[in-house]
Design a protein around this ligand. Structure first.
Ligand code: NIG
Ligand code: FE
Length: 428
């Protein structure tokens, strides 16, 4: 008697499991199986192996779906561990100003930057933010992202931060992409508190964090620890109080200047430390002795036209589990594309294609505390898979700027086919 599956994908040229499995699998951490197959059922991965093994042991349930992966590579759905996906307005003029020579910091000082998006968000009704968010999530899904982190941080008042977090919750309910919610009330100091930052921090600690927790609107709390934004001491205070209230810490650390953000991430037991362009040798050493996941965002350096990138090779040499994300936001990295990020990781961070794929899947899942559910093609994990039209996994970073994703399967259901969204009526 054969086992039954809702979906069988067989004849896959390269099945990249990102799970080393037994010694029949190739390419180390990628756990590659040639002529591979998967059986899916109940939204989960039931079995992974060679086509022959799977077809001999599984049959399709009535009305089930059989796909052939010939000429294709199968990967776990991408996990994007750092996004600011919920926002209003856009800042393409700042992009142009930078091309003409202004820096990100100069533009922010002249009234642009994060505060410009804060004004836009405060004026935009939740329904409009939701519609814009749905379009972005559609694009993410078509480029292979099946789980993403979503930060607030463009409201900077109790009311507007709650509005952003509620939009993220509604997006999660209405869209196949799974969102992991992060409260980033300390993304910037709001205009009205510029000369009394302490008071805003009191508000964060005494009112905003408790209210976010009371309403169960976030799992993580993040802080932009940077010169001119929040100091290390301020970041420590905000994240410690968040941590006591039950939110897991994350930090925008050492992005433009070294603030010993990586060391702070280790000290407070953050799940991830993100950006890290200006990390010091001491910061690297601290990360080495911790479980903090470094999240690198090369799209930001690229879009800002910076000369320096995070020291990914050193991190990898020390055995750190380097994760990659888009940092999707209207100011410094306007992209939904994880494949593009793997290209930048290879070219600018000198990561190998295999390291970039692990960074965009399993390590990214670790960075949002979801590695028990997603990030690899492993029996028992969610059936979140992507099929790409390419002959080998090395094409992902190599053939850049185009979308090679043909099919996306989310929770065992086909949600993208031929590179386009499949609509399932009301049911996401
Ligand atoms: O991750 N660093 C802080 N926040 C964003 C930029 C946000 C913006 O410019 O709107 C980042 O790069
Ligand atoms: Fe960011």
């Amino acid at each position: 008697m054969k086992n039954v599956a809702d979906v069988i994908i067989e004849g896959i040229d390269e099945l990249v499991t990102v799970d080393p499995g037994d010694d029949t699998r190739e390419e180390g951490d990628l756990g590659l199986i040639r002529d591979g197959a998967v059986a899916l059922g109940g939204g989960e991965i039931l079995a992974v192996g060679r086509s022959r093994e799977i077809t001999e042991t599984y049959r399709l349930t009535k009305g089930g779906m059989r796909l052939n992966g010939q000429g294709q590579v199968l990967l776990p759905g991408f996990v994007d561990p750092h996004t600011h996906v919920v926002f209003g307005g856009s800042r393409e003029h700042e992009f142009e100003m930078r091309i003409c020579g202004s820096s990100y910091q100069e533009i922010a000082a002249r009234g642009g930057g994060i505060r410009a998006t804060v004004s836009a968000v405060r004026q935009t009704p939740a329904e409009e933010l939701l519609e814009a968010g749905l379009r972005r999530l559609d694009r993410m899904l078509c480029y292979g992202t099946t789980t993403a982190e979503a930060k607030s941080g463009y409201g900077l008042s109790l009311e507007s931060e709650i509005k952003l977090l509620e939009v993220a919750r509604d997006l999660n309910d209405r869209h196949p992409v799974d969102l992991v919610s992060t409260f980033l009330g300390a993304h910037e100091v709001p205009e009205e508190y510029v000369h009394r930052k302490e008071e805003y921090i009191d508000l964060l600690v005494d009112e905003m964090i408790p209210e976010v927790v009371r309403r169960d609107l976030a799992e993580f709390c993040d802080v932009f620890c940077e010169e001119g934004v929040y100091t290390r001491e301020e970041s420590r205070r905000i994240l410690s109080s968040a941590s006591k209230a039950g939110l897991k810490p994350k930090i925008h650390a050492d992005e433009f200047t070294n603030q010993k953000g990586a060391e702070l991430a280790v000290e407070i037991g953050a799940t991830s430390a993100d950006h890290l362009l200006a990390i010091s040798g001491q910061g690297l050493n601290a990360l080495r002795e911790s479980r903090v996941i470094p999240v690198l965002l090369p799209g930001t350096c690229f879009s800002l036209g910076l000369d320096s990138y995070a020291p990914a090779r050193e991190m990898l040499q020390w055995g750190l589990k380097v994760a990659l994300g888009t940092d999707l936001n209207p100011g410094s990295s306007m992209t939904e594309s994880m494949p593009m990020i793997t290209t930048l990781a290879c070219v600018m961070l000198h990561m190998t294609p295999a390291e970039a794929i692990v960074g965009a899947t399993l390590n990214a899942a670790l960075a949002v505390d979801r590695a028990d559910q997603v990030g690899s093609v492993t029996q028992g994990k969610k059936a979140d898979l992507i099929l790409l039209d390419m002959p080998s996994f090395r094409y992902l970073p190599y053939h850049y700027g185009v979308n090679l994703v043909d099919k996306v399967i989310k929770n065992g259901r086909l949600v993208v086919d031929g590179g386009r969204r499949v609509q399932h009526g009301d049911n996401p």
